[in-house]
Design a protein around this ligand. Structure first.
Ligand code: ATP
Length: 364
């Protein structure tokens, strides 16, 4: 399958409201598992629907390799049925009057695939998704998660070159979600299908994707591998959207003790320290020392009061206060703290995410 390339894609639904998608550039490589991640209303579903051919662009173009499949300027539009893509939405309508086997077989019959080939493909996907045992049941006799697996099987049976999934796991409980994620990873490895997956769940994106496109208000904020998105967020939006508990942000230019400390720390280290707008510190990158002398050389450090210890099962969130401002730290080491202590909070130099006044990342 050639790559799918979105160039300067625009979409407005008419009216004077903001564009649902603007200036979107996205290169989806063959065999990639790309997650579009972002808050509600950021344009993820619209993007997926444009790739599928269910929405027309209002600007820019989409190509599959060299072939333009949608370009208002060129007056070109290739219909959804000719794009070789399979879609699974949050609500996966199975045919209630057909057995699971017939449901799985549905797309193949529609395409008039010869019987022997149909049987072979249905058997293969039913095995891959572990739904053989339900073959003679009807959808109403299956749980939501089992039905979702059937919907995926039905899609995979027709062997789409691209699988477009819009929050397909959203109806499942936590455990099933996890199982289905593992399933999707296996499917991706086994069928080498290009997958574009829409989610607002950062963990889902982090665990599944080979690359993540973070969107906000119709624009792409960052495109990168999961660890890049987490470790090197391109801007404040990405830094704050990804991570739980969220990244601690120190706003510069205020008179708070932490701001002053951050400014003093950055000045000798950063040529254009005057441009810094904020500094981010991930909760797990923060550490505690009992005294200033115990803080490793070169660290960014400040005194803080321990105001809360929250066990989360296997790890702990520690709430600290510096002159009334709350900072969260996470640790997997059982804390010996009880609350009320004065400690030194510190972070290694590489743990500081520095953003300029427009919220864009500065430095490495
Ligand atoms: P969610 O996670 O809530 O599904 P999303 O990121 O998928 O959100 P979209 O559904 O793509 O977001 O919507 C993007 C923007 O376009 C929103 O502001 C939405 O209100 C608007 N929008 C979506 N579909 C239509 C439509 N058919 N007509 C008018 N506006 C629409």
């Amino acid at each position: 399958m050639p790559d799918i390339i979105l160039s300067n894609v625009q979409k407005s639904y008419g009216g004077s409201g903001p564009k649902a998608v603007s200036d979107l550039n996205l290169h989806i490589g063959d065999g990639e598992f790309m997650c579009l991640l972002g808050p509600s209303g950021c344009g993820k579903t619209t993007t997926l629907r444009m790739i599928a051919g269910l929405e027309h662009l209002t600007g820019g173009d989409i190509r599959i390799g060299e072939e333009v499949i949608d370009s208002p300027a060129q007056g070109k539009f290739v219909g959804p049925e000719k794009r070789g893509m399979g879609l699974v939405f949050q609500s996966y309508a199975l045919w209630p009057h057909l057995t699971i086997e017939r449901n799985t077989d549905f797309g193949l019959r529609l395409r008039k695939v010869p019987r022997a080939e149909r049987e072979e493909r249905v058997a293969k996907v039913m095995k891959a998704l572990d739904i053989e045992k339900y073959r003679d049941r009807y959808p109403s006799q299956l749980s939501g998660g089992q039905q979702q697996r059937v919907a995926l099987a039905r899609m995979l049976a027709v062997n789409p070159q691209v699988l477009l999934l819009d929050e397909p796991l959203s109806n499942l409980d936590a455990r099933l979600r996890l199982e289905m994620r593992a399933e999707l990873k296996r499917i991706h490895a086994e069928f080498h299908t290009t997958i574009v997956f829409v989610t607002h769940d950062q963990w889902e994106a982090m665990t599944l994707a080979t690359s993540i496109g973070v969107m906000n208000e119709g624009t792409l904020q960052q495109l990168g591998k999961p660890h890049d998105i987490y470790d090197r967020p391109a801007n404040r939006f990405v830094a704050e959207f990804v991570g739980s508990p969220p990244i601690n942000i120190i706003e510069m230019g205020g008179g708070h003790a932490l701001d002053r400390a951050a400014q003093d720390w950055l000045r000798p280290r950063l040529g254009d320290a005057g441009q810094v707008g904020s500094v981010g510190l991930r909760p797990e990158a923060l550490m505690l020392a009992s005294s200033e002398g115990a803080v490793p050389q070169g660290s960014f450090a400040h005194m803080a009061e321990v105001t809360g210890i929250l066990p989360t099962g296997g790890s702990w969130i520690i709430e600290l206060k510096v002159e009334g401002r709350v900072i969260f730290l996470t640790t997997t080491a059982c804390p010996t703290l009880t609350g009320g202590e004065t400690v030194w909070l510190y972070a290694r130099p590489t743990a500081l995410h520095v953003f300029d006044k427009d919220g864009q990342r500065m430095g490495a």
